[in-house]
Design a protein. Structure first.
Length: 182
């Protein structure tokens, strides 16, 4: 039963989320952490960090990791299928009928109206993750500088992630040394 339930949750999220993987994050978190209590928020945030660091599409990555955490390999297959099947069916339907409504001004206006909502759906998990990561006034500079480096100076996110990993490792070593000396 949990397989079917997980499939339905990820299918619903995949079908009704416009804006890609980042827009799915708060919906997945709400279902898996808040409603079903299948994992704790900290564990979800860790899986999200791994999914973001892995190559591939975020929505598929997070569904793979959550599914695997819930039910192993079969769970990851079920949640991944639930995530990608709606998009596949929608794109197939659009491809079949696109020529009928591609120049329709109503459809164009609908998509223009959806864009601001998509921005909000992408911003929401950012604030949720900041709270879960315990970002405070002393650490706020890290995501701000990282975002500015990527946005303004076109730094590769790979270098930001590598620098953050090395920085975290060195900080951990320093804290351990400082704590051991006291």
């Amino acid at each position: 039963m949990k397989y079917w339930e997980a499939f339905c949750i990820f299918f619903k999220i995949g079908a009704f989320t416009i804006g890609g993987g980042y827009a799915m994050v708060p919906l997945i978190e709400n279902e898996i952490v808040d409603r079903k209590h299948w994992m704790k928020q900290e564990e979800f945030i860790n899986l999200l960090a791994i999914a973001q660091s892995s190559p591939g599409v975020l929505a598929v990555n997070i569904s793979i990791f959550v599914g695997y955490r819930l039910r192993g390999l079969r769970g990851s297959l079920v949640t991944t299928l639930g995530t990608i099947l709606p998009s596949f069916l929608i794109i197939l339907a659009i491809a079949l009928f696109f020529h009928n409504f591609k120049d329709n001004t109503v459809v164009e206006r609908i998509f223009k109206g959806i864009r601001p909502a998509v921005v909000a759906l992408i911003a929401a998990p950012t604030f949720s993750m900041a709270r879960s990561a315990r970002i405070n006034r002393y650490t706020l500079w890290i995501p701000v500088v990282s975002a500015l480096l990527i946005w303004l100076l076109n730094f590769s996110p790979v270098w930001i992630i590598a620098a953050a990993g090395i920085g975290g490792f060195l900080y951990g070593k320093w804290k351990a040394k400082k704590g051991g000396a006291a």
